[in-house]
Design a binder for this molecule. Structure first.
Ligand SMILES: [Zn+2]
Length: 151
């Protein structure tokens, strides 16, 4: 799991940079979600998803009201950070996948990679591409997660 996550950073952060303190989800949630694609290919996705769910709920119990889109400083001493930003962020992308389909989501991520490669992207720019690609369903998922409520 860790190996796949760190390899995924060769795309998310190594090719598309972002502000890791203000918006850590932009690379960490993407690296976690896309590492799940590798785990899926290895037949280990159900176990991984169960881990994401447990980790997210543990994070929510430690920092009630926090969302995957929060900055690093929303998690004093790192409490709940991994569960909410990494696992919750991966579940956010998984909800998007459920709404728009995997292939359209991956096309949107390729567009994001193409438009921001070797640059610095913001969360708003990534969300804009996801809204464009996923329409009303994606907008509902995004707004739900931003409110701290899974749709
Ligand atoms: Zn990471």
């Amino acid at each position: 799991m860790i190996f796949a996550h760190e390899v995924a950073h060769q795309w998310w952060y190594a090719q598309v940079g972002n502000d890791q303190v203000r918006e850590p989800w932009v690379d960490e949630a993407l690296a976690t979600y896309t590492s799940g694609l590798a785990m899926d290919g290895w037949g280990m996705f159900d176990e991984l998803r169960a881990y994401w769910e447990r980790s997210y709920e543990l994070g929510r119990s430690r920092v009630p009201g926090a969302t995957p889109f929060d900055p690093v400083w929303a998690f004093p001493e790192g409490r709940g950070y991994g569960g909410i930003v990494y696992s919750g962020g991966a579940l956010f992308f998984l909800d998007l996948e459920g709404t728009m389909g995997r292939a359209p989501l991956l096309r949107a991520l390729r567009r994001y990679l193409g438009e921001y490669r070797w640059g610095i992207a913001t969360g708003a720019e990534l969300l804009g591409i996801l809204r464009d690609a996923g329409g009303a369903g994606a907008k509902e998922v995004i707004e739900g997660w931003r409110r701290g409520a899974r749709p």
